[in-house]
Design a protein around this ligand. Sequence first.
Ligand code: ATP
Ligand code: MG
Length: 493
Amino acid sequence: MPILDGAQHSLTALWARAVAAWHEGVAAVVRSVQPTEENAWLADAQIKLYRQGSRYAMLLVPVGAFFVAEACEPWVSREMRYGWWGVLATVCLAFFAIERRMLAKPVETLSDLRHQARVFLALNIAFLLAWCSMGAFLWAPGEPVDNMLIVLVLACSLAGSTAIAAVHPASALCIFLMHAVFILAPPAFSAWPLDHTLAWLSGIFIVLMAGQAVALNASTTKMLTLEHERAGMLDGLLKAKAESDRDRERAASASRAKSQFLSNMNHELRTPMNAILGFSELMKSVPTGPEKNAEYASIIHDSGKNLLALIDGMLDLAKIEGGKLYLRESDLSISHLISEAVMEVEQTAQSKNLSLARNVPRGLPMVHGDERGLRQIVTNLISNAVKFTPPGGCVTAFARLEADGRICFGVEDTGIGIAPEDQTQVFERFGHGRHDVTTADKGTGLGLAIVKGFAEAHDGEVLLESEQGLGTRVTVTLPKERVVPTYARSAVA
Ligand code: ATP
Ligand code: MG
């Protein structure tokens, strides 16, 4: 029969919806006391909203309860009335005090939140037991006015609490169960027919209130979800804005660095170029003796050398910064590189009356790296030390094997030192310390940038320790993977 089939179909659909709603309801109750990482925010927001609505209720309830107890004076004994009121007032004050203490503690982890939700629920159950027990303490069998008064007060409290507690499913469920027991049980088990009518009416009222609570819970959950999403979006927007501000600042500083670089390059290229052009012009147009010729030729030669060093340095840096540096790796001796670099500057050091020393232990293991790059590091560091150490000072090139297997090498001097505020800048291209104005042999400012670039290309790091007026120590540390094990060398040998 199609009509019967249709009805059966609708009933099945209704049943399925009821079962789904039941499951959803149970899940919501569990979620509000046992939240997971994903829905912790919801449980937290539910508790906060519920607390907001019932903040001072625990102080007002004993006052209202006193009047209710007094209203039952004609039918209920003094002991019963004050006994009930005393228990209720004590529970309310304890609730208030415990909740205050709980509020003072920050909720930082999921287990904090779960603990808070459970304590909150336990407090609610204790309060509801004390409050709803008026249905037992103040109930005078066979006294219709008393009975109606009690049912009316409990029905009003159910309606009021539904409005506040619907947001927190577990608390709302307790409110319903407790009110239902104390509103329904006394009239239902009474011998008076009027009480039975009262029980029926109360039952219908409770069902209506339950529907109201479910609808209210759905709308507040939706509101909290929207608020959560809005906060998330706002957070995302703020992060994106901060990121874009950072990008803009980076682009602006890159553009500033580019302009600075071009102006530096302009200056650094022009100075030796002008010298070359000027002195060669002089040699060409003005007849000069062989002595002058040799002097001019030497200036032209030095300027050419400077230009070549500048171009080499720029090319190295461009390769390092563009990630295009190709390391021709082999096993090499740092000790050997240091000896050669020291020999190169020996004459200059002598002319400046500097003592030049080597502090390299015997049997220092070889390292696996790019010979040209590591030589450049040592040469740049020694030439800096010689350049920035006044006559009478001391320059020491050192190398050692660290206890953790890494290898360190570098140069220390007793020179003019670098001011703390310049110690980062000197590693930048064309980065000079402020004392350079007073240095006659002013370089291009690429040396340390190249040292850093080559060290990092070898997965190493550079440490600069310097104190103005006392000296400078620059240490390059290469990882232990770069150190050639001694047995490997003997095997090769
Ligand atoms: P370049 O090495 O390109 O010829 P430079 O020596 O001036 O020029 P870097 O080697 O990069 O450039 O050094 C940068 C700056 O760091 C120097 O100008 C100097 O101010 C400071 N500096 C470097 N080494 C020392 C040192 N040993 N003592 C004092 N100051 C130093
Ligand atoms: Mg230098």
